[in-house]
Structures are given as structure tokens and as C-alpha cells.
Unconditional design. Structure first.
Length: 245
């Protein structure tokens, strides 16, 4: 008789918790990366700021400072991609001792008793999350390389104001796409911590998923950093409008 596909100790609450986890991650990603245009959020302010940055870059003959700033973000992406690979390798290697790990975790006083099959499913969720993060980081690196070509091919000043705005908007949007992919990879780290709570139980998974969403939302829309960046963005927009009049 073939073995059951689903573990016998997988409860309805576990399924609800897993759906809540996935829905929290997808919902937050869609709202932050695709739906909150024009809202008071850090990511939306920085989209505007990158456009202004590219306009200033196109006005300068010496662009060494811009190259250094751009290289810093690329190094950060490379660091996260390398770290992600180490974590992923450790997770895959842990399957060789999954039975001992399951016995150790099940013996803790604050964790629920799970079968070996369900424990492997929980570990596999972590592998899937960090695999997703790896693809996000590598895609961000490739987009950064595309941005390097765009910046390197940018014309030298003087550039007509209309052309400068078009070029700056194009490069700024390309840079935003690369950083959006980078943010998606970093976001995987946060939700991996939430997924780790499933080892304790389904209720902690729901609470951890909600907590991650609340923390990220506060940082994006209600933090002191958002207020500071919003002031600078509004000043740049007002100054730009006054120049065009």
C-alpha cells in the first residue's frame, strides 16, 4: 500500500496557518511593490529620489561619486546572495540528520509533537523560501548589470532638459526594478524567520507572519526614517516644479 501523501498529524489549523503565511507574504509584496504608488512609504519616496539622483548625475561631468554609490548597492546585493547560498547549503545538508533534529525539536517543552514526515515538510518550506530568495538576489544582480550599461551609455552634459528628464526617468525606473528584486530577496529572510515559528506550532506561525507584516509596514509607512525621507522627497519635487515654471 503506497504511503500517504499528507502526514497524518497535519491538522486543519496547520493548513490555515500555512495559507495565512503565504497570503501575508504575497499580500505585503503586492501592496508594497505594485499597489502603493503615490502613497507615503519609503519605497515610493525612493523611486522619486532615484529619478532626481539620475538627473543630477546627468548634469555632472565627473560621475565617480555616482559610480561609488551604485557599486555600494551592488556589493550589498552580492553579500546577501552569498549569505543566502550558505544558509541554503546548511538547510539541504541538515536533511542528512533530519531524524535526530526532529527528535531534538520534538523533545523541547515549547514545541508541538510532529511526525518525521511533517517535520521534513516544515524544513522543506525553509528551503523553498531561501531558494526563492536566491533567485531574487541573482536577478537583482543581473538588473544591476543592465543599469551599469544604461549609466555608462548616458550622454555627457550639456543635455537638453527634455532629454535629460526622459533619460533620468528610464535609468531611475531600471534601478528601481533592480532594488525591488533585492528587496524581495531581503523580505524572504524576514518571512523565513516567521516560517521557523511553525516548528513551535501553527498558532505561532500565524502570529509570526502577522508580526513580520506589522514590522515591515511600520518601517515603510510609519517610521521616523519614512518621515525624514518624505521631507527630502517633497523638497526635491517642489524645487523641480519651480524650475519648470
Amino acid at each position: 500500500m503506497p504511503p500517504a501523501i499528507m502526514p497524518a498529524d497535519l491538522t486543519t489549523l496547520d493548513i490555515i496557518a500555512f495559507v495565512w503565511f503565504v497570503g501575508s507574504w504575497v499580500g505585503f509584496t503586492v501592496s508594497q511593490d505594485h499597489r502603493l504608488y503615490g502613497r507615503n512609504a519609503v519605497n515610493q519616496h525612493l523611486k522619486i529620489m532615484r529619478r532626481h539622483w539620475m538627473e543630477r548625475m546627468l548634469e555632472r561631468e565627473n560621475r565617480i561619486m555616482d559610480a561609488q554609490l551604485f557599486g555600494h548597492t551592488m556589493h550589498s546585493c552580492t553579500f546577501f546572495a552569498s549569505t543566502n547560498m550558505l544558509v541554503l547549503a546548511a538547510l539541504v545538508g541538515s536533511f542528512g540528520a533530519a531524524e535526530r533534529a526532529q527528535q531534538f525539536v520534538s523533545g523541547l517543552s515549547f514545541t508541538v509533537q510532529t511526525s518525521h514526515q511533517l517535520f521534513e515538510i516544515k524544513m522543506m518550506l525553509m528551503v523553498v523560501i531561501f531558494t526563492f530568495g536566491f533567485f531574487k538576489f541573482t536577478w537583482a544582480l543581473r538588473q544591476y548589470n543592465y543599469c551599469c550599461a544604461l549609466i555608462g551609455s548616458a550622454p555627457m552634459p550639456p543635455i537638453p532638459p527634455e532629454d535629460r528628464k526622459v533619460i533620468a526617468r528610464t535609468i531611475g525606473e531600471a534601478l528601481t526594478l533592480a532594488i525591488t528584486a533585492l528587496n524581495g530577496g531581503i523580505r524572504a529572510y524576514y518571512f523565513a524567520l516567521a516560517a521557523l515559528a511553525w516548528i513551535i506550532g501553527p498558532i505561532p506561525l500565524i502570529a509570526a507572519s502577522s508580526g513580520v507584516v506589522l514590522v515591515l509596514t511600520r518601517r515603510q509607512a510609519f517610521s521616523a526614517t519614512e518621515k525624514v525621507i518624505r521631507v527630502q522627497t517633497q523638497w526635491l519635487e517642489r524645487n523641480d516644479s519651480s524650475k519648470t515654471k
